[in-house]
Design a protein around this ligand. Structure first.
Ligand SMILES: [Fe+2]
Length: 333
């Protein structure tokens, strides 16, 4: 059976949310660095910031993907993780270096690497709040990587590098619940586990002894997560698989600071409510949350989607979760 046929397989990373201290500055940075187009300039009133601060969450669009900047008061320095990378073409590396220089964005220069199991060229940099980023030009771009590229010639999300304390547990978790298998350890940098996703890009985990604040999911900063694309027909079965195996976290995502970093770090892999407006409705309909946490507080939800053309998930159209909520409530009568 090919990876594409494994039920519940994750195909891409759809979006992510990072903590930011100044939303307008962050959004301008994404426009300059990646050619992003902000959806709206105003903070969203339905997503007030946690930590007692005002503000909210802004999404900006980069190619087919989007990124959220969640206003965070008292943001402490990051640890180098998470790091999110974006697809670029190998023949355009110089162009990207010149653009970053023109906007006075400090960067690593072009680094030839195969640390995460695939040869290519990376340019590493960080946003104004120290959230780590990279442009990634693999030797071979997957189909769909550059779909709807930005005016700066940046494609979709190429990967997330996250933290994990026990790589064995991590390998087991993603193989069980996300339908992906780790690359052989000899192919990747030491203390790293890498899961190539079925359509393109990868999830990678670096072994750490303790988790940084920006890894610690909803416990410290509001709304941080990654969203993973799965086929619409796999959406409910994948969640039900977790509902059978994993406990539910009765946590209100709007109540920040109720769990310390140390407390949250000792919690098991679990499901829980998602910090977006449909989260409470989903939980009401299904009795469980639509998000999940691995053993290291990395927080996710699925984006259920159908192929745009034929059966290939190279490009996809997401399906509203509301469809399922409505069906569920209608079935109950
Ligand atoms: Fe999301």
């Amino acid at each position: 059976m090919s990876k594409e046929q494994r039920p519940g397989t994750v195909y891409w990373i759809d979006h992510y949310v990072v903590p930011v201290s100044d939303i307008a500055r962050w959004s301008d940075f994404y426009t300059n660095a990646l050619g992003a187009k902000p959806q709206v300039r105003e903070a969203r009133p339905d997503r007030p910031a946690g930590g007692g601060g005002g503000g909210g969450l802004l999404f900006t669009y980069v190619g087919e993907c989007h990124v959220g900047g969640a206003k965070a008061e008292g943001l402490t320095p990051g640890t180098g993780s998470p790091r999110y990378s974006w697809f670029i073409r190998p023949e355009e590396v110089e162009l990207h270096l010149r653009r970053l220089d023109a906007h006075q964005i400090a960067h690593s220069g072009a680094i030839r690497t195969s640390d995460e199991g695939e040869p290519g060229t990376a340019i590493r940099f960080a946003d104004p709040d120290g959230n780590q980023l990279a442009l990634w030009a693999p030797a071979r771009l997957p189909d769909g990587a550059m779909a709807n590229e930005t005016t700066a010639k940046v494609g979709r999300i190429a990967g997330a590098l996250l933290e994990a304390r026990d790589l064995g547990k991590t390998a087991d978790f993603y193989s069980t619940y996300c339908g992906v298998d780790p690359l052989p350890s000899g192919d990747v940098e030491r203390d790293t586990v890498v899961f190539p996703l079925a359509a393109g890009g990868r999830l990678a985990f670096k072994k750490v002894d303790s988790l940084g604040n920006r890894t610690a999911g909803h416990a410290v900063y509001r709304a941080l997560h990654q969203a993973l694309v799965i086929r619409d027909e796999d959406f409910l079965p994948a969640l039900e698989h977790m509902y059978r195996d994993l406990p539910e976290w009765d946590h209100d995502p709007s109540a920040i600071g109720t769990v310390s970093v140390d407390e949250s770090a000792s919690l098991p892999a679990r499901t829980g409510i998602h910090g977006n407006p449909i989260g409470p409705e989903w939980k009401k309909a299904f009795g469980r949350g639509d998000s999940f946490y691995d053993w290291d507080e990395n927080t996710f939800h699925f984006v259920n989607a159908n192929p745009k053309q034929g059966s290939s998930m190279a490009t996809y159209e997401s399906v509203s979760q509301r469809t399922y909520v409505d069906q569920r409530l209608a079935a109950r009568g």
